[in-house]
Design a protein around this ligand. Structure first.
Ligand code: SF4
Length: 338
């Protein structure tokens, strides 16, 4: 079978963010040299690297503490030997997304909204990712595929919202993002476009004037849901990027995953909520980790997570306490815990 023509619209000159994106740290040794750590203490797992290769943008590495294996950002991206643990509860498609994939590039799980896998890659590989086994090649964007998705959305009046997800949609070139937004806006029953992205956190240089122009003055509501797990991820460049996005009227929200030894303590989550709000981002969801093969070592129990939320409620106004949720296959929405 012929592979569909891949749609890539490139700028004439790569911008700074594109250079960062094309120069990711992929060799664990390079990262450890930079962080002044000795691989002999915690070797990278070859199996983990083969299954889901390490990818770290330099601006994200720059936020990690040097010479500290306990750094919460390092733990999120390090291909640890713990990923080799086999546990039958942890599977490759824990959300059964394959059942909601009526065509390549489109997931239709919930009433009123569809998700497009807008880009075939992310700027960072988060080890706990529920899509670490997702077939991005099969779902790679192409003109033919996009047209099929637009036809599907256009034929179903009940779809009001389109979610551009990942891979990371902001890893696409500006022209391609603009084209996608234009096409979706032209479908009369679409009222909202939601962008799920980790780029303002891992490569804040991505929020360029050109991108801001593309996102501004849209007919539909644009909601951006970022993914930030720890206050340490909100460096001055990320804060500037988020303030800029907020200044053009985008609704900004955050979803985090509660992860063992990364952010599973109340002080950490309270600080995250406060710092997010200081840059106009509302804490939206705190996800329990999904049971993805290779990620059992990140698990936090329901009771522990509920206890963390209870502690947050005593220290924060209600609007700064995220909803604790879990995604369960076959359910009509995310499942609220507690
Ligand atoms: S940015 Fe999101 S989709 Fe990409 S690897 Fe991380 S969690 Fe997964």
């Amino acid at each position: 079978m012929n592979k569909p023509e891949t749609l890539i619209i490139q700028s004439d000159q790569p911008e700074k963010w594109q250079k960062i994106l094309s120069d990711l740290i992929t060799d664990p040794k390079d990262l450890l040299d930079y962080l002044q750590l000795d691989e002999a203490q915690r070797p990278a797992s070859l199996m983990a690297q083969t299954q889901f290769p390490m990818k770290v943008p330099m601006p994200f590495a720059a936020k990690m503490r040097k010479a500290d294996w306990g750094d919460p950002l390092l733990k999120q991206i390090w291909p640890a030997t713990e990923e080799e643990i086999v546990d039958s509860r942890y599977v490759t498609d824990p959300l059964a997304e394959a059942d909601s994939n009526p065509m390549s590039g489109l997931l239709h799980k919930y009433h009123g909204r569809v998700l497009l896998t807008a880009a075939p890659h992310c700027a960072v590989h988060c080890r706990y990712c529920f899509r670490r086994h997702f077939d991005y090649e099969e779902n790679a964007p192409s003109r033919v595929l996009w047209q099929r998705c637009f036809d599907y959305i256009g034929a179903d009046n009940s779809i009001e919202e389109v979610i551009l997800s990942g891979g990371d949609p902001l890893a696409l070139a500006d022209k391609q993002i603009g084209w996608l937004l234009d096409e979706l806006e032209s479908i009369h029953h679409i009222t909202t476009i939601r962008i799920h992205t980790r780029l303002p956190i891992v490569i804040p240089q991505r929020i360029t004037n050109e991108l801001i122009e593309i996102l501004s003055l849209r007919k539909v509501k644009i909601v951006m849901v970022i993914h930030c797990n720890h206050a340490q991820e909100l460096c001055s460049d990320s804060r500037h990027a988020l303030n800029t996005l907020s200044s053009i009227g985008l609704i900004l929200m955050n979803q985090s995953v509660v992860l063992k030894d990364v952010n599973d303590n109340a002080d950490c989550l309270v600080e995250l909520s406060r710092k997010l709000f200081s840059v106009s981002v509302l804490p939206y969801y705190l996800h329990l980790p999904d049971e993805v093969a290779g990620t059992a070592h990140f698990d936090v129990s329901r009771n522990r997570a509920l206890n963390l939320i209870a502690q947050m409620q005593t220290r924060l106004p209600g609007y700064l306490v995220p909803k604790l949720v879990k995604e369960e296959p076959g359910q009509p929405s995310k499942t609220r815990i507690g």
